[in-house]
Design a protein around this ligand. Structure first.
Ligand code: Q46
Ligand code: ZN
Ligand code: ZN
Length: 313
C-alpha cells in the first residue's frame, strides 16, 4: 500500500489494505477480520452446526492449510470438532504427493489437529499415475474425480457430518463464468456453499471459503506463518491455460468486489431460477450398485474408472 495509514481498529500502522472494504488493517486486526468473515460465511449458509464432526481436506497448498487453521480457531467458539485428511494420490513427479502429505501432516501436528493420511493405491488398488497411463482423459479431470470420490468415501466411513474443502471465491467465480460459456447449467446449479447430504449417511460437502478471496487467504496463511507448498504438481501444465482465472483477477483488481458480486448474485437470483427450470431434467441421485455412494446411473463414475484402470468390469 502507498501512503501510510493507521489501522481502522487501533493506532498501529496498517500493513494490509482490504480494497474491497476500503479497510486499512494491522496484521493482528487483519487476522481477526479474516477469521470473522469466514465465521459469518459459516453462519450465513448454516455450513456447520454445534456438535458437528468436520473432516477438513488438506492438500498442503495455501488454501486448504489456511482452512485447517481457521477452522481450528473457530471450532472452539462455535462448538464443533475438526480432523484433517490428506490423500496420497501417488503422483511421483517432483515428489508431489510425498511432499503434500509431509507438509499437511506437519501443519496438523503444529495446530494440534488429529490427522489422517489415505493412500489411494492401498485403498483402491491404483493411483493417479496408473490411471493417467491407462485412461485417455486429462490428468486433472481424473484427479478431480478421484479426490471427490475418495474424500466422500473416507468421510462417510469415519462418520463425519461434513467434509470441508478449500474452494475459494475465485474458484466459484471462475466456475460460474465457465459454466455460462460452455452451457453446463446442470453442473452450475449444484454450485452452493453447502451441498446437502445426497443420501443418508453421506456427509454434506461444505466450502467455508465460498466468500473468501485468494489474495486474502494467502495473506492470512503468511501472517499465520503456515509453511504451505507452492504449486509443483507435474500435471499442472497439462491443464489448459486458465485465462478465465487471469481475466477475473484483472477485473477484481480494476473493480474490487467484482467476484463477490458475481457469486452472490448467482446464488440469490440465478440459481433459484435455474433450479426450477431444470427441476425435471436433473437425474435424481441413487446409491451406486457397487459402492453405495451417490450416482446418477447404475455404477458411479469412480467405479467405472476403476474398472477401466484395473481391467476389471
Ligand atoms: S493435483 Fe490433481 Fe491439481 Fe495435479 S493433477 Fe491437476 S488437479 S494439478 S490441484
Ligand atoms: Zn490494528
Ligand atoms: Zn461406485
Amino acid at each position: 500500500m502507498g501512503a501510510r495509514k493507521k489501522c481502522r481498529f487501533c493506532s498501529r500502522e496498517a500493513s494490509v489494505f482490504v480494497r474491497q472494504a476500503n479497510l486499512p488493517l494491522c496484521e493482528e486486526h487483519f487476522i481477526s477480520w479474516f477469521e470473522r468473515k469466514v465465521e459469518r460465511t459459516i453462519r450465513r449458509y448454516d455450513l456447520i452446526r454445534p456438535g458437528d464432526k468436520v473432516l477438513v481436506a488438506v492438500s498442503g497448498g495455501k488454501d486448504s492449510m489456511a482452512l485447517l487453521c481457521v477452522l481450528k480457531k473457530l471450532s472452539g467458539c462455535m462448538g464443533f470438532e475438526i480432523e484433517g485428511v490428506t490423500l496420497d494420490l501417488g503422483i511421483k513427479g517432483n515428489s508431489y504427493s510425498a511432499r503434500s502429505v509431509e507438509t499437511a501432516e506437519k501443519a496438523a501436528e503444529e495446530l494440534g489437529v488429529k490427522f489422517h493420511v489415505v493412500s489411494i493405491k492401498d485403498r483402491y488398488g491404483f493411483d493417479l499415475d496408473d490411471a493417467v497411463r491407462k485412461v485417455r482423459r486429462p490428468p486433472c479431470s481424473i484427479c478431480g474425480l478421484l479426490k471427490r470420490y475418495a474424500l466422500t468415501d473416507v468421510a462417510r466411513e469415519m462418520d463425519f457430518d461434513a467434509l470441508a474443502t478449500g474452494h475459494t471465491l475465485n474458484d466459484m467465480a471462475r466456475f460460474v463464468l465457465a459454466s455460462f460459456m460452455s452451457g453446463a447449467f446442470s453442473e452450475l446449479v449444484r454450485l452452493t456453499p453447502a451441498s446437502a447430504s445426497e443420501l443418508p449417511g453421506v456427509p454434506r460437502r461444505i466450502k467455508p471459503f465460498y466468500e473468501s478471496l485468494e489474495e486474502h487467504i494467502r495473506t492470512y496463511a503468511d501472517l499465520r506463518g503456515l509453511a504451505y507448498m507452492e504449486d509443483g504438481c507435474p500435471y499442472a501444465n497439462t491443464a489448459p491455460t486458465d485465462r478465465l482465472r487471469a481475466f477475473l483477477e484483472e477485473m477484481e483488481a480494476r473493480s474490487p468486489g467484482t467476484m463477490h458480486a458475481m457469486v452472490r448474485n448467482y446464488l440469490k437470483y440465478l440459481r433459484p431460477a435455474l433450479a426450477s427450470y431444470l427441476e425435471d431434467e436433473l437425474p435424481p441421485l441413487r446409491p451406486c450398485s457397487r459402492c453405495g455412494l451417490p450416482s446418477s446411473g447404475e455404477l458411479c463414475s469412480f467405479c467405472r474408472l476403476r474398472d477401466r484402470v484395473l481391467g476389471t468390469g
